[in-house]
Design a protein around this ligand. Structure first.
Ligand code: 3PY
Ligand code: MG
Length: 255
């Protein structure tokens, strides 16, 4: 775990916006490219995509090497992955499908050491420099890792205020795709009901002082949401960025 990257990320997040892609590739070279390109963070995705805990540890190393914050999105219902990736040195975890304050509190319990939570303690892990870090320093600084909870369904929206109030949650991320499905307009992330839900979350975040995040497929949408007050912008997915650049090259060559 690289505390200086976490601290500079927190500093930038305080005024925002921060920008980062999801990554579904398995080769650390791709994760390193994203980080070196200047994104503030990279989300290594264990919810969708082929990555495992073992190669997530190497992807975390690669993102750190490129100077960005490595965040891992855990798979739905796989709360055990939270401690496993933090042990690997993740600078943050992002948990999908959180729909109540009780569920958000449970994630804090998994992600934080005492007094904030009850994360399983082991210092023979990469995050503690394999036991070379001073014990109390490790147990304290480990709690600086970022916790993002994804609210992406009707029930979560109903409980948004209570979820935002949970101590230990740094960012409440609205997942527009799952939300669009939950609102009966699957895939229509620009549908007025989805847009209104994200706007309401931004307003709730502003009045509570909670950072709100969301996903966008385009930079244009990212700028729009940033202007509206979203401070954690997740822009696209590495394979999609590669697909767009590849198709554009083919089209340009064809003339
Ligand atoms: C969603 O939109 O549902 C996400 O989880 C982010 O892409
Ligand atoms: Mg989702």
């Amino acid at each position: 775990m690289n505390t200086s990257i976490i601290r500079s990320f927190r500093d930038k997040l305080a005024s925002g916006p921060v920008l980062g892609p999801f990554s579904k590739t398995t080769d650390p070279a791709f994760a390193e490219v994203l980080a070196r390109a200047g994104f503030d963070y990279v989300i290594i995705d264990l919810e969708h995509g082929p990555n495992t805990i073992a190669n997530a540890h190497n992807l975390i190393r690669a993102v750190e090497l490129g100077g960005a914050l490595p965040i891992i999105r855990t798979a739905e219902g796989a709360d055990w992955q939270i401690g496993a990736v933090l042990d690997g040195g993740a600078g943050g975890v992002q948990v999908p499908h959180v729909s109540s304050a009780a569920a958000a509190r449970e994630m804090v319990e998994h992600a934080k050491f005492s007094p904030l939570g009850g994360r399983g303690v082991c210092r023979y892990v990469r995050a503690a420099d394999f036991s070379m870090q001073e014990k109390s320093d490790y147990l304290q600084s480990a709690n600086e890792a970022i916790l993002v909870v994804q609210v992406e369904g009707k029930e979560g929206l109903e409980n948004l205020d209570e979820i935002m109030a949970v101590e230990g949650v740094d960012i409440v991320f609205i997942g527009p795709y799952d939300l669009s499905q939950s609102l009966g307009v699957a895939g229509e992330v620009d549908h007025p009901s989805v847009v209104a839900a994200v706007e309401a979350a931004v307003d709730a975040g502003r009045s509570r002082g909670t950072v709100v995040g969301t996903f966008v497929d385009t930079i244009e949408a990212g700028r729009r949401w940033a202007e509206r007050g979203v401070r954690y912008i997740s822009y696209a997915v590495d394979v999609g960025i590669l697909a767009n650049a590849s198709m554009a090259a083919v089209a340009e060559f064809a003339g």
